[in-house]
Write a protein that binds this ligand. Structure first.
Ligand code: ATP
Length: 239
């Protein structure tokens, strides 16, 4: 097929001070794909996302988005370029209402009509949110906070949505609901890079995947093939 490459991460090495967290991670995301990065605690998933979104800089390697090098750009610039992150642990603005959090996601946009349209789109994905608009974000349930986190990220109208563990801490039924919404987003054309410890969920819903272990990619491919690799079987399915 002739899918366009939206994001290329090429052999990045990332450090926290003297501690190396990524040892040459490479991955590609094509337009319209739902791509997952799976791996255990401390494998480097969050570090990869934080480097793509400009919160960290790679010491080595490059990141290309829509054909331009973006490594070293700051987080505000990255959002303007079209990448937005729904972070792990929700990271909502807790002093703000649900509605204020959603508008905060669109802070850099000036086309008010388009912002209102996207707000309606977010309400379509998350029908609970319109009834919660004047609630303080910190008073929401875990599942509602997760919905708001994703909704806020969508309000920047991203070409690429980065999602960090949207299933974390949610009851099993809610995990399925969120998984279904992530699939719906992809089906509606949203390109997504999804980081998950819940490999079963991630492999179920994603088109392709990368398995990371201690800061390196150890397996990659279409999810139906990845499921049968030794790396995934031994790490996640106890076989
Ligand atoms: P988790 O699911 O636990 O978030 P992860 O795959 O996202 O795991 P990272 O958070 O990216 O893993 O961590 C990768 C490595 O970097 C780990 O060894 C971790 O201890 C280290 N690390 C992460 N954040 C920091 C930090 N702020 N300072 C120092 N080391 C860090």
């Amino acid at each position: 097929s002739n899918k366009e490459t939206l994001l290329s991460v090429d052999d990045i090495e990332v450090f926290y001070g003297e501690t190396q967290a990524l040892f040459g991670v490479s991955l590609d995301v094509y337009e319209g794909e739902l791509v997952t990065m799976i791996g255990g605690n401390g494998a480097g998933k969050t570090t990869t996302l934080r480097t793509i979104s400009g919160l960290l800089s790679p010491r080595v390697g490059s990141i290309t988005f829509k054909g331009d090098g973006i490594a070293g750009e700051g987080p505000d610039e990255i959002v303007k370029l079209g990448i937005s992150q729904a972070p792990e642990g929700r990271m909502l603005f807790s002093g703000l209402t649900v509605e204020e959090n959603l508008y905060a996601g669109a802070y850099h946009r000036s086309d008010e009509a388009a912002v209102e349209e996207d707000l309606e789109m977010v309400y379509d994905y998350f029908p609970q949110l319109p009834d919660l608009l004047d609630h303080n974000a910190e008073d929401l349930s875990g599942g509602q906070q997760q919905m708001l986190t994703i909704g806020r990220a969508l309000m920047s109208d991203p070409d690429l949505l980065l999602m960090d563990e949207p299933s974390l801490g949610l009851a099993p039924q809610l995990v399925q609901t969120i998984g279904g919404i992530v699939e719906d987003l992809r089906d509606d054309g949203q390109t997504i890079l999804l980081v998950e410890q819940n490999a079963e969920l991630a492999l179920d819903i994603s088109d392709r995947g990368y398995v990371v272990q201690t800061g390196e990619v150890v397996a990659s491919g279409p999810t139906e093939e990845l499921r049968d690799t030794d790396a995934v079987r031994s790490a996640y399915f106890g076989q």
